[in-house]
Design a protein around this ligand. Structure first.
Ligand code: SF4
Length: 570
């Protein structure tokens, strides 16, 4: 029975309980939203059990899921094989009303990710920790990864998986198009505590041209990946033969890989999209393993000029029809969205999807709100993603700085995840998710109190923030290197008696000035790389830096000499 079928029967599954804890809502709320199709819990039964692609064994011992705060466990599922943590988690110092799983910092995430007991699988090193996707709960982010024919391998993909989860990914998609696809996919599922999605058509055309693809090939590959434990499939069933005539005048044509491949197949065979024709058979396979649909937007716009055009909207209405067919088959479903959209059209797109797809969760790629910043598209798209989240998108698919220009590396995965955590959290605040802003208010109190350790403990990426602070002033005191002591408005506000600023009792630093704690090797490496990247500067800190000269008088002399040597024309 799928989560959707269980919810419709009024049942509350252990997975619904786990999602309710992560979202700080009641299990009944989750059940009702799942029953209505407004929340999905992508959770393949094999990934849930950590079965390593095998049939879950009913006689295997129970496994437990740890947490940042303890190891108490909830009820087991029907097979008696999985149990989920019942303790809530949130940002450091969270309260009962602000316990939101997505609001954990990197340091908190590192604790459970490094715990070998956390979500230990039956046969795989890890199993799935169930999560929900829907506009009534916190916004999720997805990280795409995968080997290409020219770059990457399974080991590197596992490293990317770890970095993606560490930096906030709630789901990952394996978009491999090269290397050993089967091995890479199984390895990712076996090491992932977050849902794993794929685009099965990629594997269907390995070793054959798209024109040779048969209906049997399609169903066989979908069943194979479902057996491996994939939690959601992107199926481009919405692009129809009738839509192809609307593409001709576009600047960028079809930018979805799946969409363009299927268009070529339809033109070659002069037949309808096989994914559309096989939709009910595909649904039957997915129902057996409780794989969720992510209905692909094969006609998504690939530039601002193509946004919100008749082709995109024609596909959207077919996706609306497919939502109903998937639900009727008992299969959970979300819908993918654009792409490249001008900022002023983002909210309209969210509303239009909501109406066309009967409130199915919307999973958007970006969208990018301008086309002229390749190399920075994690930023151009995070702006659109933030607006999409505010307007009701349920999940944001990250874009990395390598978008349009190459395959993301580890540092691109990190940059993409962080950009999208920002977008998702800002969206949660704007959408009024209960308790989301408490995290911000706590950090602001620590900042106003000039309590640097607490400031960095509460920051999502406190490790980077601490390194940047210490780069110029490795002392925790009542100002920082930005303005200096005399110009520090935070310090001045804190001193003004009639202001509340900086006076929250629980946020006071223990002392006014302490030497900052030693930086970690990673933080030192981060600063070393920044120093090396400075245009026209040495690869290390200048000799007058406080780290090199402990005494202020000596520092002034060294600095004067340094400036004399580096003066223009010297
Ligand atoms: S010195 Fe400036 S930037 Fe630094 S804490 Fe004070 S007001 Fe903020």
């Amino acid at each position: 029975m799928t989560q959707l079928q269980a919810a419709r029967k009024g049942l509350i599954t252990p997975e619904m309980i786990r999602v309710a804890i992560r979202e700080n809502v009641t299990p009944e709320f989750i059940r009702d939203q799942v029953a209505a199709g407004r929340i999905i819990i992508p959770a393949n039964v094999r990934h849930l059990a950590g079965s390593g692609g095998q049939k879950p064994g009913s006689g295997l011992p129970a496994v437990r899921s740890g947490s940042t705060t303890g190891d108490a466990c909830g009820p087991s599922n029907a097979a008696g094989a999985t149990r989920y943590c019942e303790l809530p988690a949130g940002h450091p110092g969270f309260t009962p009303d602000s316990a939101l799983w997505v609001n954990q910092t990197i340091a908190q995430r590192r604790v459970w990710l490094d715990d070998p007991e956390y979500c230990r699988g039956q046969r795989a090193p890890r199993r799935l920790d169930p999560l929900g996707i829907g506009r009534a709960i916190t916004t999720k982010i997805n990280a795409n990864q995968g080997a290409s024919p020219v770059s990457s391998d399974t080991r590197q993909e596992l490293e990317k998986l770890r970095v993606a989860i560490l930096y906030g990914a709630d789901t990952v998609m394996d978009l491999s198009t090269g290397g050993n696809l089967d091995e890479c996919r199984q390895a990712l599922i076996d090491h992932s505590v977050v849902p794993v999605g794929t685009v099965p058509i990629y594997s269907m055309i390995i070793g054959r041209s798209i024109e040779d693809l048969t209906y049997d090939d399609i169903l066989r590959e979908i069943e194979h990946q479902a057996q491996q434990g994939v939690d959601f499939f992107t199926i481009h069933a919405g692009i129809l033969k009738e839509h192809l005539g609307l593409i001709g005048k576009r600047i960028c044509g079809l930018v979805s890989r799946g969409g363009s491949l299927l268009a070529k197949w339809m033109i070659h065979h002069n037949r309808q999209n096989p994914m559309y024709e096989l939709f009910d058979e595909i649904s039957a396979i997915m129902r057996e393993y409780d794989v969720a649909y992510s209905l692909g937007d094969g006609v998504r716009p690939g530039c601002l000029a193509d946004a919100s055009d008749p082709a995109q909207l024609a596909e959207l209405h077919v996706l609306g029809e497919l939502v109903q067919r998937a639900r009727a088959a008992g299969v959970q479903v979300m819908v993918e969205g654009p792409g490249h959209i001008p900022l002023n059209e983002v909210a309209w797109n969210m509303e239009t999807q909501r109406a066309a797809c009967d409130d199915a969760p919307f999973y958007v790629l970006g969208p990018l709100v301008t086309d002229v910043f390749p190399g920075y598209d994690h930023i151009t798209s995070a702006i659109g993603a933030c607006e999409a989240a505010r307007a009701g998108a349920a999940m944001l698919c990250y874009v990395t700085p390598k978008e349009h220009v190459g395959l993301p590396r580890l540092e691109d995965v990190k940059a993409g995840c962080i950009a999208y955590k920002i977008a998702a959290h800002a969206g949660d605040i704007a959408r009024g998710i209960r308790g989301a802003r408490r995290w911000d208010d706590d950090l602001s109190k620590a900042r106003a109190a000039l309590n640097w350790p607490k400031h960095f403990e509460l920051a999502f990426d406190g490790e980077t923030a601490r390194a940047l602070h210490d780069e110029d002033l490795p002392v925790d005191t009542d100002f920082c290197a930005m303005c200096g002591h005399d110009w520090c408005s935070m310090r001045i506000s804190k001193e003004i008696e009639q202001f509340a600023s900086g006076k929250a009792e629980a946020f006071q630093p223990p002392r006014v000035a302490t030497r900052a704690p030693e930086l970690t090797a990673e933080q030192r490496e981060f600063l070393r790389r920044r120093a090396a990247a400075r245009v026209g500067a040495e690869s290390a800190r200048p000799p007058c830096h406080s780290e090199n000269i402990p005494d202020a008088e000596a520092a002034r002399k060294v600095q004067a000499e340094y400036l004399r040597q580096h003066a223009p024309g010297a």
